[in-house]
Design a protein around this ligand. Structure first.
Ligand code: AMP
Ligand code: MG
Length: 413
């Protein structure tokens, strides 16, 4: 495992942007890489650039079904040319004899001597002759060798998270495998004496451990290997024991609950005992008690226990932290979509607020965001209802119809 660098974060509550920048700066990409087959590489992060050894396309070829000609032959022949050969895709024809045309299909190599393809829709062929309009443009409908990719050029840079279109591009230059960072191992644990797993009937005072599944799902979607340490009771010694074990196995630890300042919140004292706590509050709502530190070389992000806060904190903070640690570089901030507010917000918070929101189309055609009626961070149904989050800057009073920034969940998963 590589080192994490000292974190220059302020101890008091951070702004959202300070926190995200600080988290990105506090961790390094993991060092270990592995070679994986192209078919297994979806979602992985490239550790080396992909450099093409070939031109793509490898030869000039036809962009259309039609007739390949030498443009200069048109004037001399009145556009009536004998069809001397036929070249389908995958075949290689003979050089074009002067004064002849070639029946050619999309993707077939342009025969030597031809410079133009005329689409079949404007031609008429009968008895081995084709009549071609005289006004066709020279050079038309020819895809040039190397017009997509030049031999020797870098087609993908290290740090790219591989999406389907990346894999297609890699295949187009003939590579069969890629060097990628190994999967990030993320340990998760849920703190709380009240928690039980689904499958066990609830006793008085108990609730199901939902955060485990929310977190697991996010991490799996982000391409991580999840080390699930289960439920940790609310006592300092148990918390210390689980964290110190997780720190030896994982590249990153993410916890839920126990990160606040109640007498049953043992996360921060446990991190301070085992390592270093860099910050423990961020000026956002929901999700203020977010803690970050390191145990040995392993970064740890403590998220709030409230299920909505956990979800929001994971999207806002775990995601950039994970992406940096996975080696994804650069990692620009997600795009926020400007939309109209379909609500009033007369009494804003002094922290950056995130509202669970979904989009609707106004009669004007513009998109607007409506927000969930409850602000409770315990109502998990709200994030199922929502399609994203509206971000409101601190103390911003909002009137219906004002512009707001909408962060779609799809940008983050
Ligand atoms: P805490 O951050 O530990 O103070 O927890 C805040 C609230 O979130 C409490 O109501 C907890 O019962 C609830 N909570 C904590 N952890 C979980 C979890 N893993 N799943 C569901 N709810 C949780
Ligand atoms: Mg708790």
């Amino acid at each position: 495992m590589t080192e994490t660098v000292a974190c220059a974060l302020k101890p008091q509550a951070l702004t959202l942007d300070e926190a995200v920048t600080g988290l990105r700066d506090a961790v390094q990409p993991i060092a270990e890489t592995e070679q994986v087959a192209l078919a297994e590489a979806l979602g992985r992060v490239l550790a080396e650039p992909v450099i093409s050894a070939i031109d793509v396309p490898p030869w000039d070829n036809s962009a259309m079904d039609g007739y390949a000609i030498r443009h200069a032959d048109l004037a001399a022949t009145g556009g009536c040319l004998p069809v001397a050969q036929r070249i389908p895709a995958g075949a290689v024809g003979q050089p074009l004899a002067p004064g002849t045309a070639v029946r050619i299909l999309t993707g077939a190599p342009i025969p030597e001597g031809a410079d133009t393809v005329v689409i079949q829709e404007v031609c008429s062929e009968s008895s081995g002759q084709v009549q071609i309009p005289l006004d066709v443009a020279g050079g038309a409908n020819v895809r040039r060798r190397g017009e997509d990719i030049r031999a020797g050029s870098t087609v993908l840079v290290a740090g790219t998270r591989l999406l389907p279109q990346h894999l297609g591009l890699v295949a187009s230059v003939g590579w069969t495998s890629l060097r990628v960072y190994r999967r990030l191992r993320v340990a998760i644990l849920a703190t709380g004496d009240e928690l039980v797993e689904p499958g066990t009937p609830l006793q008085p005072g108990q609730i199901y451990n939902s955060n485990r599944y929310t977190l697991r799902g996010l991490l799996q979607g982000w391409g991580c290997e999840v080390l699930d340490t289960g439920i940790v009771p609310d006592d300092l010694e148990s918390t210390v024991a689980v964290l110190s074990q997780a720190a030896t196995q994982a590249d990153l630890i993410i916890t839920s609950g126990g990160a606040s300042v109640g007498e049953e919140d043992h996360l921060k004292p446990a991190v301070e005992r085992l390592g270093r706590l860099d910050f423990s509050q961020i000026r956002i709502r929901p999700g203020k008690p977010v803690a970050f530190g390191t145990i040995g070389q392993t970064p740890i992000l403590g998220c709030p226990g409230n299920p909505v806060s956990l979800f929001v904190a994971a999207l806002l903070f775990a995601r950039p932290l994970i992406r940096r640690r996975q080696g994804i570089i650069p990692d620009p901030d997600p795009h926020l979509l400007p939309v109209r507010a379909a609500f009033d917000w007369p009494r804003p918070d002094s922290r950056t607020e995130f509202h669970r929101a979904r989009l609707l189309r106004l009669e004007s055609g513009e998109l607007a965001a409506e927000i969930y009626p409850s602000r409770s961070s315990a109502v998990l149904s709200s994030v199922v209802w929502a399609e994203g989050l509206v971000r409101l800057e601190p103390s911003r009073v909002l009137r219906r119809g004002d512009w707001v920034e909408f962060l779609p969940f799809t940008e983050l998963m």
